[in-house]
Write a protein that binds this ligand. Structure first.
Ligand SMILES: Nc1ncnc2c1ncn2[C@@H]1O[C@H](COP(=O)(O)OP(=O)(O)OP(=O)(O)O)[C@@H](O)[C@H]1O
Length: 272
């Protein structure tokens, strides 16, 4: 058994003269929630579609749950859950009918009650799909992605169009899952709330990787005071030293750290 859910080396993909993925490496450990961040056109969707077995590649090696997706059969496919960007379909079925329908494709699906409660849709069990709000519809999409107990779940921009409350609820849904997750998002706060590790992609390559709180030297704080400024990974020590030197409160003291958005914009080369 591999301890990696995903292992990618030197992945390449071009569309005619557009290089979409340009030598990308990616390792995702079993049980991890990984966020893939990057500007429009960075190559995220192309990468994810190759991992899902929905798109061919030009080069590199790819292993997803120990299998090359280009040769993944139906048993491999049943181990994977995919939640695509919102779709419109099956509006006349009820929520329960739709979940039961999808569950039939899997050998050991979750029960209907467990699935509904994981996504917080218990009260909508007998509602027709076309009557759901946008956020509820998205939660149904997630329900359909997890009903088969996937070992790996792909979430593509899952909370686009959600109100703030629905986003928070969705985040707790994802945190409650005991599965490896690969999430693409344009929301930095979403990556920060959910991801164990963040991979930033630009121009089809990985430009940075790390935990959300240390990515791009985010753990380095700036201590400023009336008479100076210092960068440090131990701001408490600097403040203690200054307090001793001033013999009391440090005039004009502030301690700041860059936000995830600050380091992300630096990493992808957006001037601020
Ligand atoms: N089917 C296609 N045919 C031709 N070019 C494509 C196709 N799909 C993607 N591309 C191009 O490949 C590059 C990477 O696109 P991709 O969709 O993977 O980026 P992305 O990071 O998912 O972007 P977004 O954040 O906008 O969804 C872009 O330049 C895009 O125009």
């Amino acid at each position: 058994m591999t301890d990696h859910a995903v292992r990618v080396r030197g992945l390449r993909k071009s569309y005619r003269d557009t290089v979409a993925v340009d030598g990308l490496d990616l390792d995702i450990a079993v049980g991890e929630v990984r966020a893939l961040l990057g500007p429009n056109g960075a190559g995220k969707t192309t990468t994810v579609e190759i991992l899902e077995g929905h798109r061919s590649r030009d080069g590199g090696s790819v292993s997803v749950l120990g299998v090359d997706p280009a040769r993944g059969g139906s048993s491999w496919r049943r181990e994977i859950g995919i939640v695509l960007q919102a779709t419109d379909d099956a509006g006349e079925l009820t929520v329960a009918e739709m979940i039961r329908h999808v569950a039939r494709y899997f050998p050991r699906p979750r029960g209907l009650d467990e699935t509904l409660s994981l996504v917080g849709l218990e009260s909508k069990r007998d509602s027709r799909i076309r009557r759901l709000s946008g956020g509820q519809r998205r939660r149904l999409d997630v329900a359909l992605g997890i009903v088969g107990r996937p070992r790996l779940l792909f979430l593509d921009e899952p909370t686009t169009g959600f109100d703030p409350e629905a986003r928070r609820q969705f985040w707790s849904t994802v945190r409650a899952l005991d599965t490896t997750v690969l999430l693409t998002t344009h929301y930095l706060d979403e990556a920060e709330a959910l991801a164990d590790q963040v991979t930033v992609i630009a121009g089809g390559r990985v430009v940075a990787e790390g935990a959300p709180d240390t990515l791009g030297s985010r753990d380095v704080a700036t201590v400023s005071w009336r008479d100076g400024r210092e960068q440090t990974d131990d701001p408490a020590a600097v403040v203690a030293r200054l307090t001793a030197a001033y013999g009391g409160p440090v005039p004009g003291l502030s301690v700041t750290r860059p936000s995830l958005e600050d380091v992300y914009l630096d990493l992808i080369g957006v001037p601020r």
